[in-house]
Design a protein around this ligand. Structure first.
Ligand code: SF4
Length: 320
């Protein structure tokens, strides 16, 4: 995509802040395989760190998916987490799901709900039910106005109808063994509310007003990357947002940052320490490695590539 470069903030480098606290960030045991299957999306949300949208065409091929499945099979991953863009729009997604399900104990599929809602996705939904795929759905707020300000007109109704349909299939219903988790993020240049309090409010509001049930809510900070960073810069909020993240830096979060236990594969097979580093073009530990490389499994204590966006993971009680 040819867009104007986004200006840098004036914040201290993340490694400098770690060093001032006597901290280093290296890998523990890698147990989560995150797979970004492509950047095409039916929406173009304001907070998207990958600038995914309808005009993007990058998509993982079946050949790369086969290499990802082989990597998953020879690793000791506990979780495979499939994301995008909208993964549902990648034609060979069913091939990937079917290959990963026997290789990894838990397979998660992220969805924006709207891309899952069309009639042509019914076979995919049935496959997810049969393979007991864990559905992780973006539902960033509890009012139509807040959701549509971030995601576009009409998204509230489609998302609510899709959640109700997932419940009707058993996802998120107690005793079904089919999990449905929700993901929320703030609507602007501020930090998210406490996750436990937000989860209680989501359970209460969605059950009472819309008869929707779900398992867990995950609350994430908006990443100062991609479309959200562009918006921060053009609205004059970039420096104040980064200052807020730095002021909220919490050294206790470093031990449990997701990059310590996760490896992320991009649509073209390149490995990264996390999905955010894909957006920042920072490959795994600073080295460009393909998923088909026999040495691709990162070792404990190996380095993690960082950037100023890492402040969003380490603010407050941590958001990954
Ligand atoms: S953004 Fe930085 S701190 Fe957060 S998971 Fe990625 S590498 Fe780790």
């Amino acid at each position: 995509m040819s867009q104007d470069p986004i200006p840098k903030s004036g914040i201290a480098p993340f490694e400098t802040t770690l060093a001032q606290q006597g901290l280093t960030l290296t890998r523990g045991k890698t147990s989560v395989l995150q797979i970004n299957v492509g950047l095409k999306c039916d929406l173009a949300c304001r907070h998207c760190h990958l600038e995914a949208g309808p005009a993007r065409s990058e998509a993982m091929t079946r050949a790369t998916m086969a290499e990802v499945i082989a990597f998953a099979s020879r690793g000791s991953f506990q979780v495979a987490d499939i994301t995008g863009g909208a993964p549902e729009l990648v034609p060979d997604l069913p091939f990937l799901l079917a290959g990963l399900a026997p290789a990894v104990p838990t397979v998660m599929l992220r969805t924006n709900l709207t891309a899952l809602s069309t009639a042509e996705r019914l076979p995919l939904l049935e496959l997810c039910r049969r393979l007991r795929i864990v559905i992780v759905a973006s539902f960033p707020a509890l009012t139509p106005a807040q959701i549509e300000a971030q995601r576009g007109s009409g998204v509230w109704d489609t998302s609510v109808a899709m959640l109700q349909k997932l419940n009707a299939m058993g996802f998120g219903r107690p005793g079904s063994g089919l999990e449905l988790h929700l993901v929320a993020n703030p609507g602007g240049a501020f930090l998210p509310q406490n996750q436990a309090a937000a989860e209680r409010e989501y359970h209460r509001t969605l059950a009472r007003k819309l008869d929707i049930e779900f398992n867990r809510l995950f609350v994430f900070a908006n990443m100062p990357l991609g479309r959200f960073k562009r918006w921060l810069a053009t609205s004059g909020n970039l420096d104040s947002y980064m200052d807020n993240l730095l002021r909220a830096f919490n050294p206790c979060t470093i031990e449990s940052l997701m990059c310590r236990s996760l490896v992320s594969v991009a649509w073209d097979g390149t490995l990264y320490d996390c999905d955010f580093n894909q957006a920042a073009n920072l490959p795994l530990g600073g080295r460009r490695i393909h998923v088909s490389d026999p040495a691709a499994q990162p070792a404990a204590e190996s380095p993690i590539a960082t950037g100023e966006h890492c402040y969003a993971c380490s603010a407050g009680s941590g958001f990954t």
